[in-house]
Design a protein around this ligand. Structure first.
Ligand code: P6P
Length: 320
């Protein structure tokens, strides 16, 4: 039986420094603690909303704040961590002055689903960063990335640069490897999009969805990216959260640093693809910590089809 611990140990050295193993151990422990707190949150008065609005303009949930605190503590327990960047905090938090790893995270993605007991998750990414100026680097600079999905089971999806491994938390609080070298099947007939926002879709997205429906594709939309992503890692498909064509400057709903980049690294490591228009998400240079971007990822044949349509539109616009 391979566990998260034995997997890290077996990749120490060339792929994982001792420091990075310590960071991953502490992040995994944080997800175990968050999972525990979620299980009985309705009994512990941890549901509902606070009076606090975060930098995203979203009302914070008690579990948003608790999860954020647990992850910050994990960073403090990791000597190599220089900065923490969180969806819940306006700017980066200095952790250890001589640190070299920035841990970038969405402590509880999909938390609007908490009160209705739908899967939510913790998304994380680790990069080299000795100064705050090092934080805004493209997703290709990620050392490791992953997420925990708190659903009927708690699962941890991880890439350290050698494929994607999916672990399941057992009754003893141990993450056991249950899907080694997970692959996103290249062809799939299932899409995930919030169809209620059709009026704001760019024409490329509307045309893709219309064609998918005409050719018998199925639709799933959980409203929690980590849940949709886990389905895609297990049976393929494509996830789309496109830009709002009426508000192109808004970028989209999802954030590049702690949603687009980690999911992009995982998708590519699993043989899938992840794009912003005709560009790979991992090649986009961030301009701010909480920058929002449109996100499309999943089965490579489907995502490549969409990227080609975006590229053709750019070419047509240039020819006009
Ligand atoms: P909508 C959750 O808030 C999230 O960031 C993603 O996890 C999810 O896919 C999306 O927003 C849901 O957006 O517009 O359907 O509520």
């Amino acid at each position: 039986m391979t566990t998260f611990e034995t997997y890290l140990e077996s990749h120490k050295g060339a792929m994982l420094s001792d420091d990075l193993v310590t960071v991953l151990r502490n992040v995994a422990e944080a997800t175990r603690q968050i999972s525990d707190r979620l299980r009985t949150s309705s009994l512990d008065g941890l549901t509902g909303a606070t009076e606090v609005t975060n930098v995203q303009g979203e009302t914070q949930k008690p579990l948003d704040i608790l999860s954020n605190d647990i992850l910050l503590e994990a960073c403090r327990r990791s000597p190599s961590v220089s900065f923490a960047v969180s969806e819940e905090l306006d700017s980066e938090v200095a952790i250890h002055a001589d640190g070299k790893h920035a841990v970038i995270f969405d402590p509880l993605d999909g938390s609007s689903n908490l009160d209705v007991n739908v899967t939510v998750g913790t998304i994380f990414s680790v990069i080299e960063a000795k100064t705050s100026a090092d934080i805004l680097k493209s997703g290709r600079g990620q050392l490791v990335a992953g997420y925990a999905a708190y659903g009927p089971q708690t699962m941890l999806v991880l890439t350290v640069g050698a494929g994607v491994q999916i672990f399941t938390l057992n009754g003893d609080g141990i993450y056991v490897l249950t899907n080694a070298d997970a692959k996103i099947v290249p062809d799939a007939k299932e899409f995930a999009i919030n169809a209620a926002r059709r009026a704001s879709w760019e024409d490329v997205v509307a045309a893709y969805i219309d064609d998918a429906i005409d050719t018998g594709h199925n639709m799933r939309w959980v409203g929690s990216m980590v849940a949709d992503a886990l389905r895609i890692f297990n049976r393929g498909g494509v996830f789309l959260y496109p830009a709002d064509r009426h508000k192109p400057a808004s970028g989209g709903r999802l954030r590049l640093l702690y949603e687009g980049n980690p999911i992009g690294l995982l998708a590519e490591a699993a043989g899938g693809a992840a794009i912003i228009g005709d560009t790979a998400i991992l090649d986009v240079q961030p301009t701010s910590l909480h920058q929002r971007v449109p996100v499309i990822f999943g089965s490579k044949a489907e995502v490549d089809k969409i990227a080609a349509a975006y590229a053709a539109r750019v070419h047509e616009a240039a020819a006009e």
